[in-house]
Design a protein around this ligand. Structure first.
Ligand code: DMJ
Length: 455
C-alpha cells in the first residue's frame, strides 16, 4: 500500500515537473506563437494542471493542488466538459487518453442526488457534442444512460423538473426550481431524442419549458423561482441574470437547432417583453435590470458577469443594433476594474458582488458579435478581456478564480466551464471559420451541436 502511494506521488511529481517545463517553455515562447496557438497553450496549461493533480476527479483546486468532487463520487466533470475543446483545438493525443478514460471508466450507476441542470449542461451536453465530433458510439451510449437516469426528474404534477434527482433510485428532491434550470435542458434532451430516435427526452424537456412559458405574467415576463408541484411563482423578480438567463437562450437556440416553430413563437413573445420592461435605457447606455414580473415596475439596477451573455444572444437572433450597445456596456463593466466583477449596480457603478469565477459570457458575446458582424473591434475586445484573465488568474499550475476583482485576491477553484467555454470562445475568436453558425448551435456550456438529423 505504502509502495503504491509513494509510486503515485512520484508519478504526480514527474507530471507536475513536465507541466512546469511545458508551460514555462510555452510562456517564454508565447509571444512568438500565432494567436490561436497562444490560446491553445493556455488551455494546455490549465488542462495539464488538472491532469497532474485532479485526473478522474470533477475539478482541480489550483492553490491547494487538490482534486475536488461535487458529490460523494466523481463524475469526471472537467474531463467530459473539456473534451470537445481538446478536439476543436486539435489536441489529439490528449483527446485520445481522455476518450479512453471516459469511455472505459465513467459510470452513472451511483447512489447520489445530483443537480439536473448542472449535470445536463456539463455532462449530457459534453457527451453529445463529443459523440458528434469524435464519432465514438460509447459517448452516445453514456449520454443515453445519463438521460434515462435524469428522466424521473420530470415526474412532477406540472411536468416541470425537480432540481435534484438520485441517479440510482430516481428519487427527486427540491421542488422550488427556476426558469433557467427548467428550460436549459431542451437542447441536450432534444438532441438525445434526435440521435437515439426515442422522442421521450424531447417531449419531457419541451413540456417543462412550455409550462414555465405558460405561467408568464400578463405582460409576458417570468419570475425567478417557481414551485414545480403547485406551479406557483415564489420570487417574482424578472431579469436576465442567474436563474432566468439561459431560459431565454434556449427558447431561441431550440428554434435554431430543431426548427420547431413553437420555440420561435415563445422566443418572439418573450424577448419583446424583456426588451420592453427589463431593458433599461440610461444616460450611461443600455442595461438590463430587475422588474416585477406582474407590473413591470423597476425594482433593481443590477447587472453582472452572467447577464453578459445577452449581447451574444441578441446578435445571434438578429438584433445587432441592441447587441452592439449592450456589448459596449459589458465591455466598460469589464474594463473599469481590469476584469469584470460578478455584479454591479449600473446606476451607481458600485460593485455588489466582487468575485470573478472565470466566467465566459462576456468573451462569448464578443465572439458572437465578431462572428456575426465581422467587425474586428469585437475580436480586439475579446482578446483584451482574455489577456486580463491571463494576467490576473494564471498561476503556476493552472488558473484560479478571484475573490475580489479590485484586489485580485486568488480563490482556490477552477470551474470546468473555464475549459469548456471561456478558453473555447477565446480560441474561436482566433479561428472564427472553425464554426459555421448555420450548421452548429452552442449549448449554454459551449458544447457545439449539429442538427445532423436535418441534413
Ligand atoms: C455555465 O455553467 C453556463 O454558461 C451557465 O449557463 C451559466 N453559468 C456558467 C458560466 O458562467
Amino acid at each position: 500500500m505504502y509502495a503504491r502511494t509513494s509510486l503515485m506521488r512520484t508519478c504526480i511529481l514527474s507530471a507536475v515537473l513536465l507541466v512546469t517545463v511545458v508551460t514555462t517553455t510555452t510562456t517564454v515562447r508565447a509571444q512568438e506563437l500565432p494567436p490561436e496557438a497562444r490560446v491553445r497553450s493556455e488551455f494546455l496549461h490549465a488542462w495539464l494542471g488538472y491532469k497532474a493533480f485532479a485526473w478522474r476527479h470533477d475539478e482541480f483546486m489550483p492553490l491547494s493542488r487538490e482534486p475536488k468532487d461535487w458529490y460523494s463520487e466523481s463524475l469526471f466533470m472537467t474531463a467530459v466538459d473539456g473534451f470537445d475543446t481538446l478536439l476543436l483545438m486539435g489536441l489529439s493525443q490528449e483527446a485520445s487518453t481522455t476518450r479512453d478514460v471516459i469511455l472505459s471508466e465513467l459510470s452513472f450507476d451511483k447512489d447520489m442526488d445530483v443537480q439536473v441542470f448542472e449535470i445536463t449542461i456539463r455532462l449530457l451536453g459534453g457527451l453529445l457534442s463529443s459523440y458528434q465530433l469524435d464519432g465514438s458510439q460509447g459517448f452516445l451510449d453514456l449520454a443515453k444512460e445519463l438521460g434515462d437516469r435524469l428522466l424521473p426528474a420530470f415526474d412532477s404534477p406540472t411536468g416541470m423538473p425537480y432540481v435534484y434527482v438520485n441517479l440510482k433510485t430516481g428519487v427527486t428532491s427540491r421542488p422550488v426550481n427556476n426558469p433557467a434550470e427548467i428550460g436549459t435542458l431542451m437542447l441536450e434532451f432534444g438532441t438525445l431524442s434526435k440521435l437515439t430516435g426515442d422522442p421521450v427526452y424531447y417531449e419531457k424537456a419541451k413540456r417543462g419549458i412550455q409550462e414555465v412559458y405558460r405561467r408568464r405574467s400578463e405582460i409576458g415576463l417570468v419570475g425567478t423561482t417557481i414551485d414545480v408541484e403547485s406551479g406557483a411563482w415564489g420570487n417574482t423578480r424578472s431579469h436576465i441574470g442567474g436563474r432566468i438567463d439561459s431560459y431565454y437562450e434556449y427558447l431561441y437556440k431550440a428554434w435554431r437547432l430543431f426548427g420547431d416553430p413553437d420555440f420561435k413563437t415563445m422566443w418572439d413573445t418573450s424577448i419583446a417583453a424583456v426588451n420592453r420592461y427589463v431593458a433599461d435605457e440610461t444616460p450611461d447606455g443600455l442595461w438590463y435590470g430587475q422588474v416585477d414580473m406582474a407590473s413591470g415596475e423597476r425594482v433593481g439596477t443590477r447587472f453582472g458577469a452572467l447577464e453578459a451573455f445577452m449581447p451574444g444572444l441578441l446578435a445571434y437572433s438578429g438584433d445587432t443594433e441592441r447587441a452592439a450597445r449592450l456589448m459596449d456596456s459589458c465591455y466598460r463593466m469589464w474594463m473599469k476594474w481590469g476584469i469584470e466583477p460578478e455584479q454591479i449596480d449600473y446606476n451607481t457603478w458600485q460593485i455588489t458582488s466582487p468575485g470573478y469565477v472565470l466566467r465566459p459570457e462576456n468573451i462569448e458575446s464578443a465572439w458572437y458579435l465578431f462572428k456575426i458582424t465581422g467587425d474586428e473591434k469585437y475580436r480586439e475586445m475579446g482578446r483584451a478581456m482574455f489577456d486580463s484573465v491571463r494576467v490576473a488568474c494564471r498561476d503556476f499550475f493552472a488558473y484560479h478564480t478571484l475573490a475580489d476583482v479590485r484586489t485580485k485576491e486568488a480563490r482556490d477553484s477552477m470551474p470546468s466551464f473555464f475549459l469548456a467555454e471561456t478558453l473555447k470562445y477565446a480560441y474561436l475568436l482566433e479561428k472564427p471559420d472553425l464554426i459555421d453558425l448555420d450548421q452548429v448551435v452552442f449549448t449554454t456550456e459551449a458544447h457545439p451541436l449539429r442538427a445532423t438529423w436535418r441534413e
